[in-house]
Design a protein around this ligand. Sequence first.
Ligand SMILES: N[C@@H](CCC(=O)N[C@@H](CS)C(=O)NCC(=O)O)C(=O)O
Length: 294
Amino acid sequence: MRLILGYKGLAWRSVTVPVIMPKPDVIALTGGYRKTPFLQIGADIYCDTALMARLIDERHPEPPLYPQEIAGTAQMLAQWADTILFWTAIPYTMQPAGVAALFGNAPPEVLKAFAADRAPFTSNMVRQTPADATAGLHTYLGWLETHLADGREFLVRGAASIADFSVAHCLWYVHRAPELAKILDGYPKLSAWLQRVRAFGHGESTPMTSAASLDIAAKAKEHAPTEIEAGLGFAAGDAITVMPVDYGRDPVPGTLVGLTRHEVVIERRDERAGTVHVHFPRLGFQIKHQEQSK
Ligand SMILES: N[C@@H](CCC(=O)N[C@@H](CS)C(=O)NCC(=O)O)C(=O)O
C-alpha cells in the first residue's frame, strides 16, 4: 500500500497499530476486523488491500493501477500473489534467519506471544516447512523472472499495475532479512524490477496517533455515498456479519448500508469512534444474516 501511495504521489497520515492483539483502537474503527493494514477517510474504514487499492485508484486515477487493456490479467496475478505467493513468502521468512532479522534481540516472550497470536491463522493449513517454502519460492521466482525475460519494465505487458505491487509486497518480506534475501540473487531481472517498484517510494507520510484517528471518525459529519445493487441477496438495513474466508476469520456485525459486486459496507456504532461505515471487498468475504451466523 505504501508503494501504491508513492506511485500515485500522495500525501497520507500513518498510524502504527499493535503487531498482536489486543488492538482496542483498531477494533473501535473496524468493529472486529484485526488485519493490517486498513484505511480511514473520516468515518469510513476500508479493510483489505484489494479494496484500499481500488479506492485509491478511483480517487486518484493517474497513473492507473488497473490499465484497461491489462486489468484482468493484472488482477489475476495480484490475487495469486496475495494468496499463494504470500503464503510461500511467509513460511520462507519465518525460518530462524528471518525471525532473527525481523525480531532482532526481542526476548523469547515476545516471539512466543507473536506465535500464539498468529497460530489460528494457519490452523487449517498444511504448514510449509522451510524446505517446502524454499523450493516453492524458487519455482515462483523463476516464473516471475520469465515474465520479465523480454526486458519489460513491469510485470504485465510492461505497464505498472496492481500486479507489481502485490508481488513486491511478498518480496518485501523476503528482502527484509539479508540472509534470506540472497535467494533473489539468482533472479537478476526480478531483482532489478523490485528496485524499480521500490523506487516509487512511499509518498509523503506524516505520523498520527490512534487517538487522533478515532477523534477524526467521531467528528466526521458524513459518510461516503453507498448503494445496494439489486439481486445480490441482501437488502438495506439487514443485520449481517462480514467475515474474511481465508484466515483471521473474525465476523464483524453491523447493519447493511452498501452492497455491490465489489464491496460490502456495514454501519456500526462505537462509543469512541461514533457511527462508522466499514467497507470490505465482496470477493473473499462471507456475508451472513446475523441469525444465521449464530
Ligand atoms: N487480505 C488481507 C491480508 C492482510 C494480512 O494478512 N495482514 C497481516 C499482516 S501483513 C495481518 O493482518 N496479520 C495479523 C495482524 O496484523 O494482526 C489484505 O490484503 O489486506
